[in-house]
Write a protein that binds this ligand. Structure first.
Ligand code: PMP
Length: 420
């Protein structure tokens, strides 16, 4: 493993191994979309904890609830025992998210991370169908445990497992071959054909927009076709909304505009409201077939997460919040479209949707170079895609418009420095 040359590692007496992103500084303070390092330099956060900080750093509304809960000796850890904090969260989730969308799901806490949500969904699908095969897609990212990694189409990450599990069939995602080939029709044909060699699957697992895999987004028509194929072949439809959920694409769930009804939904990252570890698996009631104890774990219910999440969900009853997200998404899109027009030879296209968009570069290394140049100018942004060829921008949904413009101006300066 390459160890970055960060002072802090050199100063440490022991041989500390730590996976660190390439941002060579030590942060000590954060507020909404700003981070400061210990040298008091401010950075605009266009990364938002890979989608775990949709409500910003240290959101004051959420912090107040957390501080109050702690000062009142609220229960912090309770395994899966019921607590008032959990009860309130479940009511809020039902009243503010599920009910207004006429959605009926059982809510399960699979463990602290997105990986746990995916892993539990795979297990449920296999249990209720009695089948093992999972259809997943090129460039998908679903997590680091063996099951979720086996459904992840990234050869570098798969290599880390030595040998991944079998029982996954990778199919081309929407637009994998461009617009001329309908990959949903391809999947249908292969499932219909007894000669295709595909074992009858338990489920189809997908992201509506591939956050790690290059910001490829599936069209509404494609998602609807996949849903139909799931119904036809009696397979469960699992939507991994770990990164795209909680408002990242503009609505609470990323699939709302496609009007599909997944059987299982994985949520994590920003569901914890304050960057706290928390995950949910939403299960259509008829598939809630686990016996108590069949899937457990010590950190399946983070009460501070419940407190933070309950407050964070109140944003979803404020129409101004969603209209602000679409306004800021348009600002982001217009900026990126202008950059693509300014540098047509270097920038292949604008990718993404809502408040997660980016630039796909012709020369893959330019995305990493832009991230480094932006960091020099006090902006934190990451790369995405199988060759790290996409520069990805995903600020907190709560970023002030002025700061968004300022961050984008700095990115424009970085691009000028690279290409002019
Ligand atoms: N699914 C998706 C779509 C993700 O983006 C991620 C994290 N990047 C995961 C699953 C795994 O989540 P976690 O890192 O919390 O385990």
């Amino acid at each position: 493993m390459k160890q970055p040359k960060l002072d802090v590692f050199n100063q440490m007496e022991s041989e500390v191994r730590s996976y660190c992103r390439s941002f060579q500084t030590v942060f000590n303070k954060a507020s909404n979309a700003l981070l400061w390092d210990k040298h008091h330099k401010a950075y605009i956060d266009f990364f938002a904890g890979a989608g775990a900080l949709n409500y910003g750093h240290n959101n004051p509304r959420i912090r107040e609830k957390l501080v109050q809960y702690l000062l009142e000796d609220g229960v912090t850890h309770s395994l899966d025992m019921a607590t008032e904090a959990k009860e309130r969260f479940l009511l809020q989730f039902n009243n503010l998210i599920l009910k207004p969308r006429s959605m009926s799901y059982k809510v399960m806490f699979p463990g602290p991370t997105g990986t746990n949500a995916v892993e539990s969904a795979l297990k449920i699908a296999r249990k209720v169908t009695g089948r093992t095969n999972i259809i997943c897609f090129t460039n998908a990212f679903h997590g680091m445990s063996l099951g979720s990694l086996s459904a992840t189409g990234n050869s570098f990450k798969r290599k880390g497992a030595g040998v991944t599990l079998g029982n996954t069939t990778f199919m081309p995602y929407d637009q994998y071959f461009g617009s001329s080939i309908d990959t949903a029709a391809m999947l249908e044909k292969m499932l219909d054909d007894p000669g295709s060699g595909i074992d009858k699957p338990a489920a189809v697992l997908l992201e509506t927009l591939q956050g790690e895999g290059g910001l490829n987004s599936a069209s509404q028509a494609w998602l609807q076709s996949i849903e139909k194929i799931c119904r036809k072949h009696d397979m469960l439809l699992i939507v991994d909304d770990v990164q795209m959920g909680c408002g990242r694409t503009g609505s609470f769930f990323s699939f709302e505009d496609a009007k599909i009804e997944p059987d299982l939904i994985c949520l994590s990252k920003s569901i914890g409201g304050y960057g706290l570890p928390m995950a949910l698996t939403l299960i259509k009631p008829k598939y809630d077939q686990w016996e108590p104890g069949e899937h457990n774990g010590t950190f399946r219910g983070n009460n501070l997460g419940f407190v933070a999440a309950s407050e964070a969900l109140t944003y979803w009853s404020d129409p101004d919040f969603t209209s602000q997200i679409s306004k800021k998404s348009k600002i982001l899109h217009d900026f990126l479209a202008r950059m693509a027009k300014t540098y047509p030879k270097e920038i292949q296209e604008v990718r993404g949707k809502g408040f997660i968009q980016g630039l796909a570069f012709v020369e893959p290394s330019h995305a990493g170079k832009l991230s480094a140049e932006a960091f020099e100018r006090g902006v934190i942004m990451e790369t995405s895609g199988p060759r790290d060829e996409v520069a990805k921008i995903m600020p907190p949904l709560t970023i002030e418009e002025k700061l968004l413009h300022e961050g984008l101006e700095r990115i424009e300066e970085a691009l000028q420095a690279m290409f002019s």
